[in-house]
Design a protein around this ligand. Structure first.
Ligand code: SF4
Ligand code: SF4
Length: 236
């Protein structure tokens, strides 16, 4: 581990849990670097999952939490499949993120999460705007050959499938909605979208905020109950 190359700030405010409170089996690490060899972002800003595991094993939890590295990890889990010791590296990265002061979370994640908790989606998009966009996309599909009878039924009761929506699909990537909606249509699927709490991206999960994560998951479960949908499609 090269701790001299980039000095990492100590976080005085943190009171990191002791090693025994971090049940990620990090002490079993062999230093074999199998995790590093499969990690798709190894090398980005000197990120290396093995380094992070070793830091936690050495009790440098606060330094690891203060580094940018836990936020570079995509939490894809490839490293865990490669690790001969079964170390839960993605969960460790998330636990390190949870130690960050919320106002020091990188990028737009915390603002988006605050929006989601307040309004039901990361963009704080008003309900009328959301339904307008969905209906506009549906109209565009209906104008295509072979889809003349296409329509979207928002908040349909008892649908076979309730699907969540990624916020970018009603912002910059509306074209991407069309592909799967067309598949639903051609397959004869009975599907719907909720007009409230439709956000499929759970930044409570990604930022290590368990309470926010549970709130957002609970809203989707509640939508399933309210709409009496049979199956949830949650493509995030
Ligand atoms: S979970 Fe993180 S550390 Fe592991 S392979 Fe994926 S990006 Fe790399
Ligand atoms: S693959 Fe597992 S044992 Fe090997 S260096 Fe990575 S965390 Fe340690």
């Amino acid at each position: 581990m090269n701790t001299e190359k980039k000095a990492m700030p100590m976080l005085e405010h943190l009171n990191p849990p002791s090693i025994t409170q971090w049940p990620f089996a990090q002490n079993a690490c062999l230093g074999c670097a199998m995790c590093s060899s499969v990690c798709p972002v190894a090398g980005v800003d000197d990120f290396d999952p093995r380094k992070v595991v070793r830091m936690v094993a050495l009790g440098l939890t606060g330094e690891a939490a203060a580094a940018r590295w836990p936020w570079i990890c995509t939490m894809c889990g490839k490293c865990e499949q490669a690790c001969p010791m079964g170390i839960d590296i993605a969960a460790m990265m998330r636990a390190l993120r949870s130690l960050r002061e919320r106002e020091k979370i990188p990028g737009i994640l915390q603002d988006g999460l605050a929006n989601a908790l307040r309004t039901g989606n990361n963009l704080a998009l008003p309900k009328d705007d959301f339904t307008f966009i969905l209906e506009d996309v549906a109209q565009e599909i209906a104008e295509e050959p072979g889809f003349g009878d296409f329509c979207i039924q928002i908040d349909k009761q008892g649908a076979g499938v309730l699907t969540t929506i990624h916020n970018k699909l009603v912002n910059t990537h509306t074209e991407d909605l069309k592909h799967w909606w067309k598949i639903f249509h051609v397959a004869g699927e009975d599907w719907t979208v909720a007009s409230d709490n439709w956000e499929g991206t759970n930044w409570g999960y990604f930022t290590g905020d368990d309470e926010a994560m549970k709130t957002m998951v609970g809203r989707i479960v509640n939508n399933m109950r309210l709409l009496k949908a049979k199956t949830l499609l949650w493509p995030e």
